[in-house]
Design a protein around this ligand. Structure first.
Ligand SMILES: [Zn+2]
Length: 259
């Protein structure tokens, strides 16, 4: 059983550290900055075996050269469909990543939309989804399309409900505020807001959540629900033909009017 802990970076990024009791190697996911990783690994006496990255943005890959300088043996995995020069193993959807030392295996999922070639890693009861799905929200559409991100979130929603969702940012309270605009009468959402506010007041991360929680209170995962469709249609001032259209309206609403 692997242990998964956050290494906070920048203002609100989480670099995920994967370790196993009694083993001196480790892996990290999306190291945008090398300094907090080097500091943590050296404090814990860990050597870096592997770096997994989800997409090309600098706050996810910027620490790779600095980490390779300290641990040249660390292998760098990432999406085949993105221009990341520091990758050593280019991954496609359906590929498997076996981290032998940690005793962990992950399946690669194609989850484009935030960027054109974004991938996620699924295994060991966990999903590392970068900037695709956030706790109570989702990434913006940068170099992918609204249709791609809508489809990626629908496919993520079909993973086992207990899967722990390790996204790359602590954006949860802001996301919950928008979710409450969309679904003011959602009791699961209300309970989540109370719980996650307490966590942040105690300086604890709100991540990971679970797939079940996201399906219950994340509007971007609920684009087939009557109340979400109605709210999105009202904002767009038009009927919305399918889930992708509902998603586009929600995402545009949040981008233009919320943050
Ligand atoms: Zn990003």
């Amino acid at each position: 059983m692997i242990d998964i802990r956050p290494i906070p970076a920048f203002d609100d990024n989480y670099i995920w550290l994967l370790t196993r009791d009694g083993y001196s190697g480790c892996a990290v996911v999306d190291p945008g900055d090398e300094d907090p990783v080097i500091e943590r690994l050296q404090a814990e006496g860990l050597a870096l075996d592997a770096i997994l990255v989800t997409h090309k943005h600098g706050d996810h890959v910027g620490g790779i050269p600095g980490l390779k300088a300290v641990w040249p043996e660390a292998k760098v995995y990432g999406p085949a469909g993105e221009p990341i020069r520091t990758l050593e193993q280019r991954l496609h959807g359906g590929d498997r990543v076996e981290l032998a030392g940690l005793g962990a295996t992950f399946e690669v999922l194609d989850v484009p939309g935030h960027t054109e070639g974004h991938i996620a890693y699924f295994g060991e009861g966990a999903l590392f989804c970068g900037d695709t799905l956030f706790a109570a929200g989702c990434g913006r559409v940068f170099s992918g399309t609204f249709e791609q991100l809508s489809d990626s979130l629908i496919r993520i929603g079909r993973l086992p409900p207990g899967t722990l969702v390790y996204c790359a940012h602590e954006y949860t309270l802001a996301n919950l505020g928008f979710a409450a605009w969309v679904e003011p009468d959602n009791a699961d959402l209300e309970a989540r807001i109370v719980r996650d506010r307490r966590r942040r007041e105690a300086d604890e991360p709100t991540v990971p959540s679970t797939i079940a929680e996201e399906l219950a209170s994340n509007p971007f995962m609920r684009t087939d629900r009557d109340e979400v469709i109605a709210a999105a249609s009202h904002w767009a001032d038009t009927g919305l033909a399918d889930r992708a259209a509902v998603f586009r309206a929600l995402r545009s609403w949040k981008d233009k009017d919320y943050d």
